[in-house]
Design a protein around this ligand. Structure first.
Ligand code: URA
Length: 285
C-alpha cells in the first residue's frame, strides 16, 4: 500500500479510521486484546481459538481476531520494547479496545521462580523512557485488579504454576537488565541492579508491561500481564519458549473469565467487579 492519504499529520488515520501503524480500523478488533511482542506468537495464540481470522500486518504489528469459547478476542504483536508497544496501545484504543493482556516471556530474578513457571504482574517498575513521555515518574504502573484476578483464576483453572507480584520493565535487554554488553560493557549505575530489585521484592525483568499499565491507567482502560519464565538470573538457566504455551492458555482463558464478569457487572448494573457478584453475600453478617 503506497500513498495512502491520512486525515492529518497529527491524526494519522484514514477517513475510514484505519490507523497508520497497525492498519486496523473500528470493528476489526475485540475489546479484549492480547499483546505478545512477537508477530509469530499472534498465530500461536490464535491457534487455541475456535476460529480466527487475519486482520492486518504492517511492520512489527500483526493482528488476528477470532472467537475463544464464544468470546470475541484479538491479538496484536507489539514488537520488542516500550516505544512500539505504546503505539500499539494508542491505535488499539482508538479502534475500540479497552482491555489488554500482555503475553510474553520474562527473566526471573529469584531461584524459586523457575524456568517454565508463569508470572502474573500486579505492577511494574518503570525502568523505561516511553511512559515518562506521558506522565511524571511517580505515577504508578499498576495492572487492573480485574485483569489480575482473571489471570489468577485462569491459572488456577488450568492448574498452571504461577507467581504474582511486581515486574520491572526495561528499555534494554542486555545492559539494562544487567547482562554484560558487547566486550563486557556494564555502566556503574546498572551494577547490582538485579540484587537491588530482588531485595525490593521485584519478581522479573521484561520490556513492555510498565508502558501498557501506565497508558491504560491514564486512559481509563484495563491491563494485565502474564509472562513465561524463560530465563533465571540466579541459576543462569535460559530455555527459549519454556512455559509460553501455558502463558498463552492462561491469557486466553482470562479473557473468557473477564467477559463473564463483565456480563455480570452489566446485568447487576455495577461498575466494578467484586467477589459478591459471584457468590452473593448476606448483608450485615
Ligand atoms: N525477556 C526479557 O526482557 N528478559 C529476559 O531475561 C527474558 C525475556
Amino acid at each position: 500500500m503506497s500513498h495512502i492519504i491520512f486525515k492529518s499529520a497529527s491524526k494519522p488515520e484514514t477517513g475510514e479510521g484505519i490507523q497508520y501503524h497497525l492498519r486496523i480500523k473500528p470493528g476489526d478488533v475485540s475489546r479484549y486484546v492480547l499483546l505478545p511482542g512477537d508477530p509469530e506468537r499472534v498465530k500461536k495464540i490464535a491457534s487455541y481459538w475456535d476460529e480466527a481470522w487475519f486482520v492486518a500486518s504492517h511492520r512489527e504489528y500483526t493482528t488476528y481476531t477470532g472467537k475463544y469459547k464464544g468470546v470475541l478476542i484479538s491479538a496484536t504483536s507489539t514488537g520488542i520494547g516500550s516505544p512500539s508497544t505504546a503505539i500499539a496501545v494508542e491505535e488499539l484504543a482508538r479502534v475500540g479496545a479497552d482491555t489488554f493482556i500482555r503475553v510474553g516471556t520474562t527473566g526471573s530474578l529469584h531461584k524459586h521462580i523457575g524456568i517454565g513457571d508463569i508470572i502474573i504482574s500486579t505492577g511494574a517498575v518503570r525502568l523505561e523512557g516511553t511512559s515518562k513521555q506521558y506522565i511524571i515518574p511517580e505515577y504508578p504502573a499498576v495492572a487492573s485488579y480485574e485483569v489480575v484476578l482473571a489471570l489468577i483464576e485462569a491459572a488456577e483453572t488450568l492448574n498452571v504454576k504461577y507467581h504474582v507480584g511486581l515486574s520491572a520493565s526495561t528499555d534494554s535487554f542486555y545492559v539494562g537488565q544487567e547482562r554484560p554488553g558487547y566486550r563486557d560493557y556494564m555502566p556503574p549505575f546498572n551494577k547490582g541492579l538485579i540484587n537491588f530489585l530482588k531485595q525490593a521484592n521485584v519478581l522479573n525483568f521484561e520490556m513492555e508491561a510498565s508502558t501498557i499499565f501506565t497508558l491504560s491507567n491514564i486512559y481509563g482502560l484495563r491491563a494485565g500481564m502474564v509472562c513465561a519464565v524463560i530465563a533465571n538470573r540466579e541459576t543462569e538457566e535460559f530455555v527459549a519458549e519454556a512455559g509460553v504455551d501455558e502463558a498463552i492458555k492462561v491469557a486466553n482463558e482470562a479473557v473468557k473469565i473477564l467477559s463473564e464478569w463483565d456480563e455480570l457487572k452489566r446485568k447487576k448494573n455495577k461498575r466494578y467487579f467484586s467477589i459478591s457478584l459471584l457468590i452473593g453475600r448476606d448483608e450485615g453478617k
